[in-house]
Design a protein around this ligand. Structure first.
Ligand code: UGA
Length: 382
């Protein structure tokens, strides 16, 4: 897509910021806003780019902030920095992005909505026109509402996952199956079927960072965001809970070989930031287990986190060979289609811990596995 658009002279790449600023009408700021050590948002890149814009701007422009930033950043920080250097007019907008890693192009072109936070309705109209080819509702809001919509969306999605994970844990006690329960509740249009997949918790470079920041922002403004605190707590617990399950399956985990299928924080990415899979790997290593990891894309990144002690394998079959248990830790679809009979025969002990409820428990049981999922009770069934 990048090559085609460069060839057709619709996309120009350069490292000359001044030139790009002067030649364009609308400027999007899309820099990263990582977590600072204390959990607040590191706005260093935003500040730097705002300064550069301020120094290079010669005519009125529309400056759009796409990066995820705390409420008030656009009005109180970006505008002030630019105004320090540029005394003329400019318009400002907040246009948060809702795409998922691994689905970026599709999500960008097929969003559920486009949110445009502005100070003036004229700027809103220009940006609506810019997105005219994208068919979806476009909502115009204040700057602060747009910034808040981004945090509230991620917080709600993470809360939905933490909620179903809690339901899963109760399912285990009550003899219910969380997959059936999720389907049953998800068909209620008011609830919806998405983000109700129970598992070992959410990770990545967005939910953990944004939820921490959102809680801090509320706290600094004197509000105790109780629900968000619980959402985070449940997620931390979910990762510990699976370790508890593994511990209960062996007299001691020490020297046990554990195959970990999946290292990335989710499928279709090589990103291991805040990956639940790697947290599990680290905990197992601390308990003295030998972790044999496989991932279709994330091995190189995982090496930097659990490198020294872990064994990395080129195929899932190599990972399970001689292992005392296999854990599915990332929801890679291709794991579903592995030769599970072969896996059973390669394992030292046919124990399958499905941390993402990817497999059909009855099929796995028929093959001869002891199957342990999240919020499922198939051990008791025939
Ligand atoms: C998330 C949001 O989904 C995007 O809308 C948002 O734009 C993005 O953050 C961002 O702020 O930039 P992403 O971090 O790419 O996107 O990942 P998700 O697909 O949301 O998954 C996050 C985590 O939740 C993963 O660890 C995944 O395994 C887990 N998950 C997801 C579940 O455990 N259950 C589910 O039902 C869905």
């Amino acid at each position: 897509m990048v090559r085609r658009n460069i060839k057709e002279k619709r996309l120009f790449l350069n490292t000359n910021l001044g030139k790009s600023i002067q030649e364009t009408k609308i400027i999007f700021i899309c820099v990263g806003t990582p977590s600072a050590k204390d959990g607040t948002v590191d706005l260093g890149c935003i500040k730097e780019v705002a300064e550069e814009i301020g120094k290079n701007i010669r005519r009125p422009k529309i400056i759009v902030i796409k990066s995820t930033v705390p409420m008030g950043t656009v009005r109180n920080l970006v505008v002030k920095i630019i105004s320090k250097y540029w005394k003329g007019n400019f318009e400002i907008a907040s246009n948060p992005e809702f795409l998922r890693e691994g689905n970026a192009v599709f999500d960008f072109l097929n969003p559920d909505r486009v949110v445009i936070g502005v100070n003036s309705s004229e700027t809103g109209k220009v940006l609506v026109k810019l997105y005219r080819k994208i068919k979806c509702p476009k909502i115009i809001t204040t700057l602060e509402s747009a910034e808040m919509i981004k945090y509230a969306s991620n917080a709600f999605l993470a809360t939905k996952i933490s909620f179903i994970n809690e339901i899963a844990n109760i399912c285990e006690k009550e003899g219910a199956d969380v997959e059936e329960v999720a389907r049953g509740i998800g068909l209620d249009k008011r609830i919806g079927p998405h983000f109700l997949k129970a598992g070992i918790g959410w990770g990545g470079s967005c939910f953990p960072k944004d939820l921490k920041a959102f809680r801090q922002i509320a706290g600094m403004d004197g509000y105790n965001f109780r629900l968000l605190k619980s959402t985070i707590e449940v997620n931390n617990y979910q990762k510990k809970r699976i370790i508890g399950k593994i511990k209960s399956l062996f007299p001691s985990v020490k020297n046990k070989k554990i195959a970990l299928l999946g290292l990335a924080f989710k499928e279709n990415t090589d990103d291991v930031r805040e990956s639940p899979a790697l947290e599990i790997a680290k905990k197992l290593q601390r308990l003295g287990a030998v972790v044999k990891g496989y991932d279709p894309k994330a091995i190189e990144n995982a090496k930097k986190v659990i490198g020294e002690k872990a064994i990395f394998c080129n195929s899932p079959y190599q990972a399970v060979k001689g292992a005392d248990a296999v854990i599915i830790a990332t929801e890679w679809r291709q794991f579903k289609y592995l030769n599970w009979k072969k896996i059973k025969n390669l394992l030292n002990n046919p124990l399958l811990i499905d941390g993402r409820n990817l497999m059909d428990p009855l099929k796995m049981k028929k093959i001869g596995f002891r199957y342990i999922g999240v919020g499922r009770n198939y051990e008791k069934l025939n």
